[in-house]
Design a protein around this ligand. Sequence first.
Ligand code: ATP
Ligand code: MG
Length: 355
Amino acid sequence: MPIQQFTARDFRCLSSIELEPDQKYNLIYGANGSGKTSVLEALAYLGRGKSFRGAPTTSLIRHGQREFVLFGRVGGDGRQGSVGVRNSADGLEIRIDGDSNGGAAALAAALPLQIIDPDVHFLVAGPPDYRRRYLDWIAFHVEHGYLEVWRRFRRALKQRNAALKSGSTAATIRGWDAEFVALAGQLDAGRRLALEVATAALEEAGQDLLGSDVRFEYRAGWNEERPLLEALEASVERDLLQGSTHAGPHRADLKLIYDERQARRLVSRGQQKLLACAMVLAATETAQTALEQPLLLLLDDPAAELDAASLRRLMGRVGSLGGQVIATSLEPVTGLFAASAAVFHVEQGELRRES
Ligand SMILES: Nc1ncnc2c1ncn2[C@@H]1O[C@H](COP(=O)(O)OP(=O)(O)OP(=O)(O)O)[C@@H](O)[C@H]1O
Ligand SMILES: [Mg+2]
C-alpha cells in the first residue's frame, strides 16, 4: 500500500489536515475552491519534491505562513517507511525514514506516484519536454543507473552550452563531444528500453480507453540517419552562433500514433485526454511491474472533459491496475469506482472523513 497516513500543514489553503486513506479507493469531494486540488498537490509534492503544476514553491506556502510541512507513512507488506518534506525560504528539506541525505529522487523512489489532472492532455498536445519527463520517469523506475546517466548527461550538456556561450572555438567544443556523445548514447538506449517495456501496456490501455490502436513513435533528438557526432559536427557553427546545442537527447520527442494519425494534431480535446490517460496508466503499470508494488494514482476531477462512457472506461482501467487511487470530484459521486471507496469531504481547507 503506497500511503497509509498523510498530514499537511500550511500547504496552499490547507492549514492542517490529516488523511488516512483506504488502501484501494478514495474520494475527496468538495465545492470549487474548497481545497481538493491542494490535497492532491500536497501528496504529489511529497512524492516528487516539486509541484506537478510547475507552481513556484513560495506560492504553495499558505498565505501569512513561513513554511509548509508534509509527512507520510508509506509502504506495506513489510516495507514500511516515512517521508517528510519541509519547505521554507531556507529551501527544501527532505527526510526519508528520518534521514535527511536523500534528495527528490529518493522521494520519488519512496512514494512513486502518477497524476491525472484536467491538464493531462498537455502530455499529448503540449511541448516535447512533457513527454521527455514522462519517458524519463518510466526509465528511472525501470532501470537502475538511469538517473545517474541522466544527471551526467545534464552536466555535459550544461558544460557544452557554457563553452558555446563563452566564445570558445569550434575545436574546443569538439573536445567535449566524445563524452557528450557517449552519455547521449546511454540516455537514448535507456529511453528506448523504457518504451519497449511500456509498449504493451500502452497498446492495452489504448484499446480499453479509445478502442483503437495507439503506439509510441520515438525521436532521439537528432537526425538518426547519421551518428550523433556527425550531427554535432554539422551544427557546430549554428550552436556557436546561438549558444546552445541543437542535437542530442535533450531534443528527444515522443509522438503518439493513434489510428495511424499523429495524436497531437487530429484528435478532440476529450480524445487527447483519453490518450494522455492511456500514457499515464501505461507508465503506472510499467513501474508497478518493475517495482513489484502498487503505486499511488492521483486523479484530480477525472470526470472533466469526459462523457459518461469514457469516464467508466477510464475508471475501469484504473481499477484493473490494482494500485491505490485518490480521486476528487465536486459531488460525492457514488459509482465512480468499481468497489466501495473511503469518502472525504473538504470544505474551506478542512478535511473530514465521511465513510
Ligand atoms: N498559498 C496559498 N495560501 C492560501 N490559500 C491558497 C494558496 N494557494 C491557493 N490558495 C487557495 O486555495 C483554495 C483552494 O484551491 P484548490 O485549487 O485546492 O480548490 P479546488 O477544491 O480544487 O477547486 P476546484 O473545484 O475549482 O478545482 C483557492 O481558493 C485558492 O485561492
Ligand atoms: Mg481543483
